[in-house]
Design a protein around this ligand. Structure first.
Ligand code: DGT
Ligand code: CA
Ligand code: CA
Length: 575
């Protein structure tokens, strides 16, 4: 990767900052600052000067030592002296340096006078008004520091994939329409189908004269421009979502897409694989010495390191490379392969549409069957059904099945699992259903052993079919409850029942790694929308993303079965 003057200047500046915090000789500190300024103002690339054999010590402020460092940086991309400083200066102090308004002088002062080493300590001191009296500080600076810390915190927020999609899709369409733009694709965790994303990483290929950068920062939703260069820019949208845009050359598109899709863990392993073959792999291509041997397409990158294409969802460094080498990559489930949805609510409990409307919407989504599974009586907030109301619903389902074509309604219930593991409805009515989804909606804070025992007992019921949202987590809101999931997965196999992958964007529960475990154990997963309105079948896309991250194939998914097969399986479970 070419090293530019700016890269060198940044390294020198950082060295000056760290040396200053370390109380180094002020002349040394100044020497690095001057050198940074010289390098920036040069007007010619140092790499060219060195290549031409020019003597760097003739530059103002560059002595032998600095010239050697410049050559080192040009050759290796970094300076060992800086690496050493990084080890000496506490990382938390370096984080303080990144707060606007806090240079090395102030950071040093904070450390020496108030023993502040971390952001947390800085925040506390600022809240207590202890910063304003330090020399060179003041009320204004104190407030600005607080504001920055606040803003940073809100930026740490992750977005649900489904939410990010609502911003990503129109932005991608907008960029595609810009003159001279060729490819536009969202890479990063978004492309890997992760349940939440930290930011959007958009890659664009475009003609050199395309105004795509300018158009990007002019986009309606852009709230703040963090940085803008010729090939990369970072902005915040009004919703707080960060978007990184990179414009790459046509010939590097595949390499850049590969690199910025990640994950980092995956990339590191593949890079090692490349090294073993004497190749270098980076965002510009795959190189043998100076020669680029691949990079135009993502597939070419994989081929160069001797691998077949690995779907983005698998690129987490969890065995996908070994599987690829052994030609054992899964053929991941697709949305089109889902034939039904086994968890659907109506306005009989907390849904907002009737059975018929939910059925028609399902048909429009290309589904062949759905199970109506309203809540049960214990869940009073959701207006749960008692035996009598469920009975009425079953009769209505019979009538609708006569009347509707192209979709079959199954009889089900999302039955509360009570604290002691009993189900919330008597067997006399459960036995009339096609399937029973058991769900924990209360007592999330039982001990791990009691929570596990509670669920296992529920699974003991002859009529128990599917465990709904097995961990109970709500992304960015509520942690999963304590439970021994591997034991539950094992029990599901022994008892011939199933686990749900709930597709609600905030749930996406079962999580990917447990989907993988369930698959290994031979337990089928039901990918359900848990829909409460006709539009909610759209959640199935989120469930599919997660299922793919969990290595699931069609044969691992209960509702990828035909209705006939499904009925056979359910009959075996329900006796
Ligand atoms: P996020 O945004 O937190 O949901 O996660 P990602 O995976 O989108 O991470 P992000 O946005 O920081 O970077 C996008 C991709 O760029 C990442 O998946 C892999 C690549 N990448 C970023 N930094 C590094 C790095 O230091 N080394 C390597 N090998 N790849 C990196
Ligand atoms: Ca990202
Ligand atoms: Ca990023």
């Amino acid at each position: 990767m070419p090293v530019h003057n700016e890269d060198i200047a940044v390294i020198f500046e950082e060295m000056a900052d760290l040396l200053e915090i370390e109380n180094a000789n002020p002349f040394r500190v100044r020497a690095y600052r001057n050198a940074a300024r010289t390098v920036r103002g040069l007007g010619r690339e140092l790499s060219e000067m060195v290549a031409a054999g020019e003597d760097l010590t003739r530059l103002p402020g560059i002595g032998k030592d600095l010239a050697a460092k410049i050559e080192e940086i040009l050759a290796t991309g970094h300076a060992r002296a800086l690496d050493k400083l990084h080890k000496q200066v506490p990382a938390s102090l370096e984080a303080l340096l990144k707060i606007p308004g806090l240079g090395p002088k102030r950071v040093k002062l904070l450390y020496q006078q108030l023993h502040i080493r971390t952001l947390k300590q800085l925040e506390n001191a600022a809240r207590q008004g202890r910063l304003q009296d330090l020399p060179g500080f003041g009320v204004k600076i104190e407030q600005r520091i607080l504001d920055t810390i606040e803003a940073r915190r809100s930026q740490e927020k992750r977005f649900l994939h489904n939410t990010a999609r609502q911003y990503a899709e129109p932005l991608v369409a907008y960029l595609r329409a810009v003159a001279g733009v060729d490819e536009v694709v969202v890479a990063g965790s978004y492309r890997r189908g992760k349940d939440t994303v930290g930011d959007l990483d958009i890659l664009v290929t475009a003609r050199a004269d395309s105004p795509v950068m300018q158009r990007f920062i002019e986009y309606d939703e852009v709230h703040e421009i963090v940085s803008k260069g010729t090939t990369r820019a970072t902005v915040f949208l009004r919703c707080g979502l960060q978007v990184d845009l990179r414009v790459v050359e046509q010939q590097s598109y595949g390499a850049a897409l590969y690199y910025f899709t990640g994950s980092k863990a995956h990339n590191i392993r593949v890079r090692r694989l490349a090294q073993q073959r004497g190749l270098k792999i980076n965002e510009y291509g795959v190189f043998k010495g100076e020669r680029r041997i691949a990079g135009k397409t993502e597939l070419s990158v994989f081929k160069a390191v001797g691998l077949p294409f690995i779907p983005p969802e698998l690129r987490e460094g969890r065995g996908e490379i070994e599987a690829a080498q052994a030609n054992k990559l899964p053929r991941l489930i697709t949305l089109q392969e889902l034939r039904g949805d086994l968890h659907v609510h109506t306005n009989a409990s907390d849904g907002n549409a009737g059975i018929e409307e939910m059925a028609r919407a399902a048909r429009q989504h290309g589904l062949e069957y759905i199970a109506i599974t309203d809540h049960t009586r214990s869940l009073t907030v959701a207006h749960g059904l008692d035996e009598k109301r469920l009975h009425q619903q079953l009769e209505e389902i019979d009538r609708l099945n006569e009347k509707l074509g192209g979709i079959t309604l199954l009889k089900g219930s999302e039955v509360d699992i009570l604290e002691d593991g009993r189900l919330d409805l008597p067997e006399s009515i459960l036995s009339q259903l096609d399937l029973v989804i058991g769900a924990v909606h209360s007592k999330f804070r039982l001990s791990r052993s009691r929570q596990t025992a509670r669920i296992l007992r529920a699974m003991d019921s002859k009529y128990f079919t599917i465990l709904a949202h097995p961990s109970g987590r709500l992304l960015e809101e509520r942690e999963a409850y304590e439970v021994e999931m591997p034991r539950i997965i094992k029990a599901a196999r022994e008892r011939g029942c199933y686990l749900e992958l709930n597709s609600q964007p905030q749930r996406l529960d079962l999580i990917d790694t447990y989907c993988q475990l369930a698959k290994e154990q031979g337990v089928l997963i039901a990918i359900n929308s848990d829909g409460h309105s006709p539009a909610n079948y759209g959640f199935l896309q989120d469930g599919i993303n997660q299922a793919r991250r969990g290595w699931l194939e069609k044969k691992n998914v209960l509702n990828a079965c035909s209705l006939r097969e499904l009925r056979k399986k359910l009959k075996a479970t329900m006796g």
